[in-house]
Design a protein around this ligand. Structure first.
Ligand SMILES: [Fe+2]
Length: 132
């Protein structure tokens, strides 16, 4: 099973849609890395990419929200920080208890991101569209 980004997740801002699709790709790599045999190195590489890329993307989103004086900025910032924390915890888990790192855990991460995009990110769309 591969989770593809599609128009359902569009926030109407091409740059951010592209970033979200990239995050989806990276999480697909993570899921592939834990499916069947646990591929520690592949999982580590994907987690590092996820951390770097999500930090960069969240910073861009937050910057745009701040510029637009967007009312949902604080909630977004908190959720973004939560996501980064989850990824860092996952990275620690891969090192300390790789047996506990399951496909289900990665899918949970994916669900979190999809819900965030569908609810919070889509809400900023009318305020940021055409301004990024
Ligand atoms: Fe966001």
């Amino acid at each position: 099973m591969n989770f593809m980004w599609d128009a359902e997740y569009s926030v109407g801002i091409p740059k951010f849609d592209k970033a979200h699709a990239k995050l989806f790709d990276i999480i697909n790599d993570l899921i592939a890395g834990v499916r069947g045999n646990f591929k520690k190195e592949a999982v580590e590489i994907a987690l590092a990419a996820l951390l770097k890329y999500s930090e960069e993307h969240f910073a861009e989103e937050e910057e745009a929200m701040k510029k637009a004086n967007y009312a949902g900025y604080q909630e977004q910032k908190e959720q973004h920080a939560d996501f980064i924390e989850i990824v860092i915890a996952l990275r620690a888990k891969v090192e300390a208890e790789p047996d506990m790192v399951s496909e289900a855990l990665m899918i949970l991460l994916f669900t979190w991101l999809k819900e965030h995009i569908r609810k919070l990110d889509k809400a900023y769309s009318p305020y940021l569209k055409g301004r990024v």
